[in-house]
Design a protein around this ligand. Structure first.
Ligand SMILES: [Ca+2]
Ligand SMILES: [Ca+2]
Ligand SMILES: [Ca+2]
Ligand SMILES: [Ca+2]
Length: 667
């Protein structure tokens, strides 16, 4: 029994001392069996310091009750010296207070996460964050072109010639001011340093490796020699670059009506209609251009004509179609600016075989107009085949030709100028092999479209088109109507009368002088033909064209023939009146010609001043002459500007009177 108690005490004691120091020495049961400073552990006296396996937890912050000694206060934070925190161990040394731990300090305790760029701690000062620096800390918006930040290492390739700093040319060919390390090869004859010729053969000042190969000396004019000194040049490159093309064609936004601000003969809104909605006086004509405003009179583009007709309400005038003239077309290789952009054959060729810019001039009524096609088609420069090419000359009809459904002019073609001798035929077309010479004789003024088509033996086709204007000096009145021909065939004879204010005449030798607006002072079939003339009371001298004034065509019963009166050189302020009369067939001496049934006749009168068409009256269907002596008071004309002028003031009357000739004193 006693032995059991002893073991129990020993175990209990050992348990209590299980955190004590370890040591070696004599056997013991309790510390009382050992020397000072030792304790009894596992039956052996050992030194009083605790072992690593039996650490003393100085949890009370003061004396260790197990050793019984008075100890110094624990310094704290000492976890690395391997000793207890008391002062009773001789080897223990006073410790310095440990500085407060800070994040990411460099001591070895508290292992830290690796430092990262641009974190927000204070150790490792960092450079200020910048946009687009590609570091990972600050998510950035995607870089945008030309944002002017300073960190773009290469060109942004935006080819807009912006001001960012591009380390290489942007190759935009815009001749901007960026520093292009190489030529932009734009062939624009700009001032950039092109390392090679631009091969444009324009004789500019760049150093061209080749000249234009025309073997001639006039390098300042690429066209001066093209029809006179042939060479064998083969066009090696696209030529005739457009240096200053028209880029602003002047088109305005779409308008429902060009009235009232744009009544100017132009299609201002570029919808294909000229002066739509504009008011006009019935019969009035105006030059018009069917193209974009800024192309008017550029290149081959020329005005046409439009006439004011009665509108859909039967009263007010409205402009009809713009007819005639030349509108922009696709440019072709013909030495003409067909698309009217200010540049001839831009980018098409260097040596056009046909010269459509050749000036064919104008024509005069009743005078042969001769055109030498060898001046147009380059017969020697490339082909030398004028004699074998097929030539086709075509003329459009004039206003009265359309009314009369007749060709009022004659044409003729020939292989030589001498071959043109003799009368031509009333035909709008002349065609045949080698017909390079062309002749036309007009009876009527106006603007005719002439078209030339040359077809080579190899099938190549070259074409040109011009407006051929037939003009005469002074005042010219032209009458045509739709019922020409013999009375018994339904034809009707209209007569044109032109009165002059203040004129005097002694007709029929009766010594009866008539003054002012009377039939007897008017110019008509009765007194005004070259071969039967007595209009001396008008006071005009004869001219090279004949009597003045004169009825240069009279038609009684010829099908498709007009009637004209000309005053070659009116004076400023001279005033005239135009009247059309349906001749009374019952007075015809040949009874077989006296009647052909009731027929409605539609007259048309064109008024030209100085060769310019000023008005076309009768285009509206209400002007009908039907019965004997029916007369149409057409217009009063006041000449402005004297000899050589093309100005006149027109005051239309357009009244129809029937049954009795009113002539001029009852206007
Ligand atoms: Ca328009
Ligand atoms: Ca207009
Ligand atoms: Ca052009
Ligand atoms: Ca052309």
């Amino acid at each position: 029994m006693q032995k059991i108690i002893f073991i129990t005490v020993c175990v209990l004691t050992a348990f209590i001392l299980s955190c004590g120091n370890s040591g070696t020495g004599q056997p013991c049961v309790t510390a009382f069996d050992c020397t000072d400073g030792q304790v009894c552990s596992d039956g052996m006296c050992i030194d009083g310091n605790p072992s690593s396996s039996t650490s003393e937890e100085d949890v009370n912050g003061g004396d260790d009750v197990s050793d019984g000694n008075s100890e110094l206060p624990d310094a704290g934070n000492d976890v690395h010296d391997g000793e207890k925190n008391d002062s009773d161990n001789p080897t223990d040394t006073p410790e310095t207070p440990d500085a407060p731990d800070t994040p990411n300090d460099s001591d070895a305790e508290n292992p830290e996460t690796p430092d990262t760029p641009n974190d927000s701690d204070a150790e490792n000062p960092e450079t200020p964050d910048t946009p687009n620096d590609d570091d990972a800390d600050t998510p950035e918006t995607p870089d945008t072109p030309n944002d002017n930040d300073s960190t773009e290492p290469v060109s942004d390739s935006d080819i807009v010639s912006d001001n960012d700093t591009e380390p290489v040319s942007d190759f935009d060919n815009m001749n901007d001011n960026d520093t292009e390390p190489v030529s932009d090869f734009d062939n624009m004859n700009d001032n950039d340093a092109e390392p090679v010729s631009d091969f444009d053969n324009i004789n500019d000042n760049d150093a061209e490796i080749i000249d234009d190969s025309d073997s001639e000396t006039n390098e300042d004019d690429p066209y001066a020699d093209w029809d006179t000194s042939p060479d064998d040049e083969v066009c090696p490159y696209v030529m005739n670059e457009c240096i200053n093309p028209i880029t602003d064609f002047g088109c305005l936004p779409a308008m429902a009506s060009e009235f009232p601000d744009h009544c100017d003969g132009l299609d201002n809104d570029c919808d294909g209609k000229v002066d739509e909605g504009c008011y006009c006086e019935v019969g009035q004509t105006q030059p018009c251009f069917k193209g974009k405003p800024n192309q008017r009179n550029v290149g081959i583009c020329q005005d046409g004509i439009q006439t004011c007709a009665v509108g859909s309400d039967g009263k007010t005038g409205t402009w009809g179609d713009c007819t005639g003239g030349i509108s922009p077309k696709q440019d072709v290789c013909d030495n003409a600016d067909n698309d009217c952009n200010g540049c001839i054959d831009d980018g098409l060729c260097c040596n056009p075989p046909v010269n459509c810019s050749y000036d064919i001039g104008s024509a005069i009524p009743f005078t042969d107009k001769i055109i030498n096609g060898n001046q147009i088609y380059d017969t020697s420069h490339l082909f030398n085949d004028a004699a074998t090419a097929h030539w086709e000359w075509t003329l459009t009809k004039g206003p009265c030709d359309i009314v009369l459904n007749k060709t009022s002019f004659t044409t003729k073609g020939a292989t030589t100028e001498a071959g043109l001798a003799g009368a031509g035929a009333a035909s709008t077309i002349v065609s045949g092999t080698g017909l390079s010479w062309f002749k036309v004789n007009f009876q009527l003024s106006g603007s005719y479209t002439l078209h030339l088509k040359v077809t080579r033996t190899n099938g190549e086709v070259y074409e040109c088109e011009w407006i051929l204007r037939v003009v005469s000096d002074g005042l010219r009145i032209e009458l045509c109507w739709d019922t020409t021909g013999a009375h018994l065939s339904g034809g009707r004879d209209l007569d044109l009368h032109l009165g002059k204010n203040g004129a005097t005449e002694d007709v029929y030798g009766t010594c009866n002088d008539y003054t002012g607006w009377t039939e007897d002072t008017a110019c008509s079939y009765l007194n005004c033909r070259n071969d039967d003339w007595d209009v001396s009371g008008w006071g005009y001298a004869d001219t090279a064209s004949g009597k003045n004034p004169r009825l240069d065509i009279d038609n009684i019963h010829d099908v498709g023939k007009p009637e004209n009166i000309n005053v070659d050189n009116p004076n400023n302020g001279d005033t005239f009146r135009v009247l059309v009369r349906l001749f009374p067939w019952s007075t015809i001496s040949d009874s077989s010609e006296q009647y052909g049934g009731d027929v409605n006749t539609h007259p048309v009168v064109n008024v030209y001043c100085g060769g310019t068409l000023k008005a076309t009256y009768g285009v509206s269907p209400q002007y009908i002459l039907k019965n004997e002596d029916d007369s149409w008071k057409v217009v009063e004309i006041k000449w402005v500007g004297g000899v050589g002028s093309d100005e006149c003031q027109l005051t239309p009357n357009l009244g129809i009177v029937s049954g009795n000739v009113p002539f001029y004193d009852n206007w």
